[in-house]
Design a protein around this ligand. Structure first.
Ligand SMILES: [Zn+2]
Length: 583
């Protein structure tokens, strides 16, 4: 982790507005002192994602993601910690101190790379609008691309011949080698040359919307039809999806996602108002990309060409998808008529007919799997045996055991063969397999229900720390995770100059590993004063019982027993009071 000073981080958080950051992606509605919305980290129909504007912490009671402004940018938008700090600091108009953990050289290099890629995209956009871009413009016009799509998706033109990039950036050794590093120039026998020449250019952005590479489509004849930036430190084809940063929010809102083959399909759909398409970058779709897709939408439609190559591609996607499938996910497969793609269909049939195809002609993943198996295995008794064998092997990769059992039965019914795997390995597979839901962050303390609510009560209202009796300092001494937080809270209160000190916010800053837990406390249902009193008595009683159990002298034990009886009486009074107030 970077070496930003705690005071600086405090200041950044204090000047940031978590509700504003989250509202860009989630519709938040007021609910008591917190805001609630549909979780952006998992699929849900009723809101369990809570944001506390007071404490500047969010928590999802469905999937357990939680934290503050930095965490949200990291978990949701894919920022690194220093990037998140920098982003918020700059937004708040603060000077960002030099991060001593990162080499200034590497940092400067990275910044320069992004700036260079953005500048290159601008230059290509200008070239598209200029005289030399007329053929590319004609092609876009023929495909029905309006200017707002051309601008929003950063389309451009790389002119024919060599020297375009050097004209933009200068032809010196330094910028040449930088241009080579970002994949815009290649080094040949006769020096540096433009990688993209006479091509229609597509800007490829990362999750944060930064341009990290390009795809270039040849105009007229020539090979390859599509050329992409080479793999660089910033451009990893297997991690990226074309359209992701542009379409993420509209996919979440519409709960619709279509995986298409190419850049023009993504744009063609956007032209018709369907900003829900993503495409891999010219390679077969991989596990990381499928994971990202399933995280974004629980019922994506994977579209493929109806020809043999398309069916093979669908099968490969299905194989990669098997380990990630869960019963609550409903991916579908759509085969398009031969020789058609989403773009051509939309232009010929219109939006409604295309939407009808997505809804009615796409097949559930199970059906696609069974059909694929049958096709692969052929007919007759041999075919059925081959089908069972192949199914067995594929089922073994599944991690959702209920789903794999259900699928197993389907295959057994179709083939009349009892699968081997069922007998060999009836027990659940290790659940340590990565799942489409993000992993739980660190520090998870063991807490019983009383302890959980008690901590929530304290974190929700810092002033309650002041009202704690002296004995309370010994609560949680055996809990390795809670104990340091809890005793630090006492010292924060003692050091505080005024009553405005917020324990939760301060602890979340000082103990980043415990931020999720703290977020959970502040975002859960508000603990009213009367419940807090009762919780405090429960905590005290439990503490006494623990001490008695550990062995006390008679002299010590007698007053303890006495206090326990008092607590019980007080509890009864509180219960009566609760009944009276009708709570
Ligand atoms: Zn969630």
């Amino acid at each position: 982790m970077a070496n930003f000073s705690p005071a600086f981080l405090d200041e950044v958080v204090a000047r940031s507005d978590l509700v504003e950051i989250i509202s860009r992606h989630v519709d938040l509605k007021k609910s008591g002192s917190n805001m609630m919305g549909l979780c952006p980290f998992h699929h849900e129909k009723s809101p369990s994602f809570s944001v506390s504007p007071d404490k500047q912490l969010y928590y999802c009671f469905g999937c357990g993601q939680g934290g503050g402004a930095f965490q949200f940018l990291i978990q949701h938008d894919g920022y690194s910690f220093p990037e998140a700090v920098e982003y918020l600091a700059e937004k708040a108009g603060m000077e960002v101190p030099q991060d001593r953990d990162r080499s200034p050289v590497a940092e400067a290099k990275q910044k320069q790379a992004y700036a260079m890629l953005a500048q290159a995209a601008d230059a290509m956009g200008r070239a598209l609008r200029s005289e030399e871009g007329s053929a590319a413009r004609a092609y876009l016009q023929q495909r029905g691309m309006p200017t707002d799509i051309i601008r929003d998706y950063g389309l451009g033109y790389a002119p024919a011949g060599y020297g375009f990039m050097q004209k933009v950036f200068g032809n010196d050794a330094r910028s040449n080698s930088q241009l080579e590093a970002v994949g815009l120039l290649f080094k040949g026998e006769h020096g540096y040359g433009d990688r993209f020449r006479d091509r229609l250019m597509f800007s490829i952005r990362d999750r944060r919307g930064r341009i990290v590479g390009f795809g270039g489509r040849v105009l007229g004849q020539g090979e390859p039809k599509y050329l992409n930036s080479p793999e660089t430190d910033w451009f990893h084809k297997s991690d990226l999806l074309y359209g992701f940063s542009e379409h993420r929010d509209s996919i979440r809102k519409s709960k619709q996602l279509v995986v298409v083959e190419g850049y023009m399909d993504v744009l063609g759909m956007a032209v018709h108002g369907l900003k829900i398409a993503l495409a891999p970058l010219g390679t077969a779709i991989g596990e990381r990309q499928i994971r990202e897709i399933l995280r974004l939408c629980d019922s994506p439609v994977f579209s493929f060409d109806g020809d043999r190559a398309g069916r093979q591609a669908a099968w490969r996607a299905l194989e990669r998808m098997m380990p990630l499938l869960k019963s609550e996910l409903r991916p579908r497969f759509l085969y398009l008529p031969e020789g058609e793609d989403p773009d051509s269909l939309l232009r010929r049939e219109g939006k409604d007919a295309f939407q009808h195809r997505l809804d009615k002609e796409s097949k559930p993943v199970l059906e696609t799997w069974l059909m694929g198996l049958q096709l692969l295995a052929g007919h007759g008794a041999d075919g059925r045996a081959r089908m069972a064998k192949k199914a067995d092997a594929m089922l073994a990769t599944m991690t959702d055991t209920y789903l794999s059992q259900a699928w197993r039965q389907e295959v057994e019914q179709a083939t009349g063969i009892v699968l081997q795997q069922a007998r060999r390995r009836p027990q659940a597979r290790a659940s340590s397999q990565p799942s489409p839901t993000p992993a739980q962050p660190s520090a998870q303390a063991r807490l019983n229900a009383v302890e959980e609510r008690f901590l929530a009560a304290l974190m929700q209202q810092s002033a309650r720390f002041r009202d704690l009796p002296d004995e309370a300092i010994s609560f949680f001494v055996d809990n390795e995770i809670i104990s340091p937080l809890y005793s630090r809270a006492f010292s924060i209160i003692a050091e505080a100059e005024d009553d405005n000190t917020d324990i939760a916010r301060q602890l979340a800053q000082e103990y980043p590993d415990s931020q999720t837990m703290i977020s959970r406390w502040v975002n859960q249902a508000t603990v009213q004063d009367i419940e807090f009193k009762s919780l405090l008595l429960d905590m005290e009683a439990n503490d006494i019982r623990l001490r008695i159990k550990r062995g006390l002298s008679l002299v010590e034990a007698i007053p303890m027993q006495h206090r326990l009886r008092e607590i019980q009486q007080e509890q009864r009074r509180l219960t009566e009071q609760l009944h009276e107030t009708g709570a």
